[in-house]
Write a protein that binds this ligand. Structure first.
Ligand code: PLP
Length: 385
């Protein structure tokens, strides 16, 4: 049986380091906010050239934290794609704000900058909601068009979040999304390109004040340095709660595992790129589309997604040959019951709707062998439907 994402092969490759890291945490016993958490945050920030990294409980909270820190709430419009995982729009109504769905580009699946501009203009013209922020998504592992999206956000006075749960490690012109976004977020869900052995997430930012506010929010709105400066306290500031926050911490054990995984990550990105190149070569001309990466961009290949007019029959054909596939995403978010009532940009979401019928993700991970890939390629090529 071929694995869709082979976490067992990765574990076998990294086992000595990971076992040792787990034992070190068991020995010191600081299971929550232990020394590995701060160490991992420092390494994560360095990896993508960010000034600060803040770890948290999962990649969903990672998107919510900057929105909360900026005070985004009722009456605010937050623009995001519909062709994404539920977490992207989900956190927006948590704050009381309204998601406004914007269509994607047909080749890279990134948020369409022109559609974003018309959506912002339409919301302003209507005068009910105030445009406040944009959450762009690095879908399937590659960067959205941040230079253009950031220019629009700057001009319009909007905050920009890069939801890089699938794209952590991707670059554009050699830079990571946090170069353009006010905050870039990621998830350490095990199947993501940089995954833990459980849930986890992080926010990257170059804004020290934002980092401090999010540090407060992730632990119940605890007082942070900026809150207590110049104040005389009669009790431990740990029990001074300055804002309504949450409990969203990265476990020390997960941080210890992630330190080892991050060390192996650059090599895995190279291996994923080699696998993507092999697929592109082998699948030439046999489907509607193989992936297009944005000019100047690199992908970490969270997914290798092809498009096929007879997608479901192709998936069944592959399954019969022991090849697992997945559909990300069969129903765009604006078609999901709790999200159907939220506004859309002018022109609706025709690209998102079309892609939901066509996309098929093939097995992709750093330990994919050429032999297995050749079997997958031959099976796709052997489909005549
Ligand atoms: C996985 C994912 C998330 C959420 O991550 P969790 O850690 O599962 O909360 C957010 N956005 C996108 C695009 C994702 O793929």
């Amino acid at each position: 049986m071929i694995a869709f994402i082979d976490l067992a092969a990765q574990q076998a490759r990294l086992k000595p380091q990971i076992d040792a890291a787990i034992q070190r945490v068991l020995a010191h016993g600081q299971y929550v906010m232990g020394p590995e958490v701060v160490d991992f945050e420092r390494r994560l920030a360095a990896f993508c050239g960010a000034a600060h990294a803040l770890s948290c409980g999962n990649g969903t909270d990672a998107i919510a934290l900057p929105l909360m820190a900026w005070g985004i709430g009722p009456g605010d419009a937050v623009f995001c794609p519909s062709f994404t995982f539920a977490a992207t729009p989900e956190v927006i109504p948590w704050t009381g704000a309204t998601p406004v769905f914007v269509d994607i580009l047909p080749d890279t699946y990134g948020l369409d900058p022109l559609r974003l501009e018309t959506a912002i203009a339409a919301v302003r013209a209507e005068g009910v909601l105030k445009p406040a922020a944009v959450v762009a998504v690095d879908l399937f592992g590659q960067s959205a068009d941040y230079p253009r999206l950031a220019a629009i956000c700057r001009r319009e006075g909007l905050k920009l979040i890069a939801d890089s749960a699938q794209g952590f490690g991707c670059t554009l012109d050699g830079e990571h999304p946090v170069r353009w976004a006010d905050a870039a977020t990621t998830s350490f869900f095990p199947a993501k390109p940089l995954g833990a052995y459980g849930d986890g997430g992080a926010v990257l930012t170059n804004d020290a004040a934002l980092w401090e506010r999010m540090d407060s929010l992730r632990v119940h709105g605890k007082a942070v340095a900026g809150d207590v400066a110049g104040r005389q306290l009669e009790h431990d500031p740990k029990y001074l709660n300055m804002r309504i926050g949450m409990n969203s911490r990265l476990d020390t054990l997960q941080a210890a595992i992630l330190i080892e995984k991050l060390a192996a990550f650059p090599g895995e990105i190279v291996a994923r790129q080699a696998a993507a190149d092999r697929y592109a070569q082998g699948l030439k001309g046999c489907c509607l589309a193989t992936p297009t990466v944005i000019d100047g961009g690199t992908s970490v290949w969270a997914q290798y997604v092809i498009e096929h007019a007879n997608r479901d029959a192709l998936a069944a054909h592959l399954k019969r040959q022991g090849i697992p596939t997945a559909v990300y995403y069969p129903v765009p978010m604006h078609r999901q019951p709790p999200y159907a009532g939220f506004p859309q940009g002018p022109g609706g979401l025709p690209v998102s709707e079309a892609k939901a019928e066509l996309v098929l993700a093939l097995p992709m991970h750093a330990d994919l062998t050429a032999e297995v890939q050749d079997r997958i390629i031959a099976a796709v090529r052997g489909f005549n439907g």
